[in-house]
Design a protein around this ligand. Structure first.
Ligand SMILES: Cc1cc2nc3c(=O)[nH]c(=O)nc-3n(C[C@H](O)[C@H](O)[C@H](O)COP(=O)(O)OP(=O)(O)OC[C@H]3O[C@@H](n4cnc5c(N)ncnc54)[C@H](O)[C@@H]3O)c2cc1C
Length: 397
């Protein structure tokens, strides 16, 4: 909250002109703060007489950090399928919990979740809070927010992790806001600071040009979302023991204001490049949607999936679900073949964890070669048809 010390304020109006959001209006010689204030602090810095200050922590969180203990992982379950990112989060969650010497709990929300809770224990959870209700069969922001928020309020975990999937991005910010907690989105690295046990949340910033490490010193829980394929899942251990706790939320939490009338699965966008073992990825070097057909032919020849740089998606040669990179998907296939892709940081951020990277580019200085295991310097229109012929010869078709 922005506080104004009326006795100190001289009514100069500098704060009004310094506010980037136009949230301050001088009224009767004093600043009046509107709803659009984001607490960015620009006015506080501009005030020479120090009449303005930001008051934090009044909604709780700062209070008693020691009251918050344990690690929570939200495990996304939809239409009978557990999102693979849930297992990756349990992998990193297990590591963080062990360093902190605390319990790792999975939160499973959905309907008819079968033996998923047992699987979550095999993948590292000590406890699974299972909220299995018909009302939660379809995802809805309000009921999922209410259910997860009240579990966090009840058990007070110091860390809450969730996948940066469409669902995670949709309701985890609402959970964080309700709890008055911070939220670091799209983390690529999570570590514990030895001095005080704080969670160090690292993510790309400024268009991927720097890596920023974010710490929440005063509030709990510390909340992060992590993109699929960034962290590694543990090996499944069927002998692991854990507790499954059935949770029955009150109807006020289960009853959503949203009615799902129909779910339509788009066949065109129903590709999950994050699950592909081989990706053939095309960039602007393919010159046109006709040129991009070569990528599809190369992919077909090796039973691979097609992905692309943002330049290609922006040009409309292929839809967004195929985009790799900072604003697309993070992928880690066994083989990633980058054709006519320069290797901008924002693209590399999404594919550098691939096991083997092959790059084809006519510019020998293209940055993609810095991350490639094998590089072919040359024209995609010459190299790709030869590659297809070779592969087809080998496969005998
Ligand atoms: C905030 C932000 C987020 C972004 N997010 C993403 C993202 O998620 N994913 C992403 O990909 N980009 C992203 N970008 C864009 C990124 O910066 C680059 O502009 C983009 O990746 C470039 O795509 P490209 O490599 O296909 O095209 P270019 O950079 O134009 O590269 C084309 C390459 O093809 C080569 N080439 C040309 N003709 C041939 C030929 N005949 N044979 C062989 N090689 C040839 C050229 O030498 C060149 O290296 C983002 C940018 C910003 C600012």
């Amino acid at each position: 909250m922005l506080k104004i010390n009326e006795e100190v304020c001289i009514g100069c109006g500098i704060c009004e002109s310094s506010c980037p959001f136009g949230s301050i209006e001088m009224t009767d010689g004093l600043p009046l703060v509107g709803d659009s204030c984001t607490l960015c602090g620009a006015c506080v810095e501009s005030c020479d007489v120090e009449a303005l200050s930001i008051e934090t922590g009044e909604k709780g969180g700062k209070a008693d950090l020691n009251a918050w203990k344990g690690v929570f992982v939200y495990c996304e379950y939809r239409r009978g399928v557990l999102a693979p990112v849930s297992l990756e989060l349990l992998g990193i969650g297990r590591r963080l919990a062990e360093i902190r010497g605390v319990q790792l709990s999975a939160v499973l929300i959905g309907n008819e979740t079968g033996d998923t809770a047992t699987q979550l224990i095999g993948y590292g959870a000590d406890t699974v809070y299972r909220v299995d209700k018909p009302e939660l069969a379809s995802f809805s922001e309000d009921s999922y927010t209410a259910v997860l928020t009240s579990l966090i309020q009840e058990h007070k975990p110091e860390i809450v992790l969730a996948g940066a999937t469409a669902i995670g991005r949709s309701f985890i910010p609402a959970v964080a806001t309700t709890l008055n907690a911070g939220l670091t989105a799209d983390c690529t690295k999570l570590e514990i600071r030895e001095d005080d046990g704080a969670l160090l949340q690292t993510r790309p910033a400024f268009g991927g040009n720097i890596m920023a490490t974010i710490v929440c010193p005063d509030h709990r829980p510390q909340m992060s979302t992590v993109r699929p394929k960034v962290m590694k899942a543990m090996e499944f251990d069927g002998d692991r023991q854990g507790d499954i706790v059935e949770v029955s939320p009150p109807s006020s939490e289960l009853n959503s204001r949203i009615k799902v009338l129909e779910s339509v699965v788009s066949t065109e966008t129903n590709v999950n490049i994050q699950e592909s073992e081989i990706l053939v990825s095309g960039g602007r070097g393919l010159e046109s949607d006709k040129g991009f057909e070569l990528i599809k032919q190369l992919a077909d020849s090796m039973d691979a999936n097609v992905s692309a740089s943002r330049a290609v998606v922006d040009a409309g040669w292929i839809p967004y679900p195929h985009q790799v990179g900072q604003t697309g998907k993070t992928v880690a296939p066994k083989l990633y073949i980058a054709c006519g892709i320069s290797g901008a940081v924002q693209h590399v951020a999404g594919m550098q964890s691939s096991e083997t990277i092959v790059a084809i580019n006519r510019d020998e200085n293209a940055p993609i070669f810095d991350v490639a295991d094998f590089g072919l310097v040359g024209d995609v229109f010459e190299i790709i048809p030869k590659l297809i012929r070779k592969i087809e010869d080998k496969r005998g078709s």
